[in-house]
Write a protein that binds this ligand. Structure first.
Ligand code: PLP
Length: 394
């Protein structure tokens, strides 16, 4: 039991661990990013899908080891495109883990598909593989595993089930760039994968995303569909002098500015270094927090090397919000993350609490700690000290 009246706690008027708040997120931006953006803007090619975007796509494809990378203005757009390229019968169903960001559900929903929520592993928030087959019906056409915190979903058994039922697999890798699963990078495991480069992610272009695939047919459609259903890409790349381009399919405006393509390249050059920094911080937290009673640490999928996009602890659910407030009072800006989908107005008709015990247990205890390449040794030490103080483990 935690003693919430403990006098030395900052929440009770005691002296905080730090007066300078330790933030939860900070993008890592340096001179090379500023220079890249400056050069790109001076080139005056500021609109979408320019040469810097295509160079970023090429470099990212090499890094991941995939055939096609399409840089988009968000991961949400990439998820929309992943379903826009397919024609499934009306009423088809897509399996979506219940603990994810709304965008995972929006991809199928924007394309007139129904979604079915599948519960998650209470220890790491990823889809509970043992619950997938029971959710499959004759209407199921696809599944969207998510890599929560950068830790990959257990893809081997998921892909085995997908093959058995002929399901299309869209891997929502929004959080897991640079992660490996059994020696393979995420982005190479499914029919399509979708990354995010939002400001909080391991590499960022402010906003941004990518659809990644090895499939030629899907790639052909994405070229049109991300550019409002036009063949503008061939106009840009093949340098045809027709003076116009044609409207060839349905689509949306999902290309990304050339300025941000330049930033993507400068960020990608640092990715290994940035992941190593995150790994050091994660190790520091694990080494120092593992002896504290009443908290659980992240469970990594067997055979995985995670990119440590997020480091979380699981605390007793009944005390979670008090612990969060107490840590913030100490100057450590911990946070909760998204709530299980079925707990949101838009998705509430799809499931009840008792049908989602894994999601309720995981979310119930979840608190995220600061983790980013520029988090100093002093700051990490303060995070640990604050947790020990609040959990009365020191
Ligand atoms: C699992 C997941 N999918 C999709 C997204 C959407 O990413 P974006 O903001 O790039 O659209 C996020 C964003 O955090 C996410 O965590």
């Amino acid at each position: 039991m935690i003693n919430i009246t403990y006098k030395s706690l900052a929440i009770n008027g005691g002296k905080p661990i730090t007066k300078e708040p330790v933030l939860i997120h900070k993008p890592y931006l340096d001179e090379s990013d500023f220079k890249a953006v400056d050069q790109a803007i001076r080139s005056t090619f500021v609109s979408g899908n320019g040469p810097a975007c295509r160079e970023f796509e090429k470099k990212l494809a090499e890094y991941l080891g995939v055939k096609y990378v399409f840089y988009t203005n968000s991961c949400t757009s990439a998820l929309d495109l992943a379903f826009m390229v397919k024609t499934f019968p009306p009423g088809s169903e897509v399996l979506v883990p219940n603990f994810t960001y709304t965008s995972t559900g929006l991809g199928p929903l924007l394309n007139q598909l129904n979604i079915k929520l599948v519960d998650v592993d209470p220890e790491n928030g990823n889809i509970d593989v043992s619950k997938i087959e029971q959710a499959i019906t004759e209407k199921t056409v696809a599944i969207v595993p998510v890599d929560y915190a950068g830790n990959p979903a257990d893809m081997d058994p998921i892909l085995k089930i997908a093959r058995k039922y002929k399901l299309y697999v869209v891997h929502d890798t929004a959080q897991s760039i640079g992660t490996e699963y059994k020696g393979k990078k995420t982005g190479t495991l499914a029919h399509v994968s979708t990354f995010s480069f939002h400001g909080t992610k391991n590499i960022t272009t402010g906003e941004g995303g990518a659809l990644v695939t090895d499939d030629d047919e899907i790639a052909k459609k994405v070229i049109f569909m991300r550019e409002k259903g036009t063949d503008k890409q061939s106009f840009l790349v093949d340098n045809k002098d027709r003076g116009y381009y044609e409207y060839v399919s349905i689509g949306n405006s999902y290309v990304q500015s050339n300025i941000l393509g330049a930033m993507g390249q400068s960020q990608l050059r640092k990715i290994d270094w940035m992941i190593t920094k995150r790994l050091e911080i994660a190790k520091f937290y694990t080494d120092n927090l593992k002896k504290i009673p009443n908290i659980k640490l992240p469970k990594t999928t067997l055979g995985a090397k995670t990119n440590w996009h997020i480091y979380y602890i699981l605390v007793p659910p009944e005390d979670k919000y008090w612990i969060m407030d107490a840590l913030r009072a100490e100057g450590i800006m911990v946070n909760v993350h998204y709530t299980p989908l079925h707990r949101n107005k838009f998705y509430q008709a799809l499931a009840k609490d008792e049908e989602m015990p894994g999601s309720m247990q995981f979310f119930g205890g979840l608190l995220r700690l600061p983790i980013y390449p520029s988090l100093t040794h002093d700051e990490r030490t303060k995070v640990v000290e604050a947790i020990m103080k609040v959990m009365q483990a020191s």
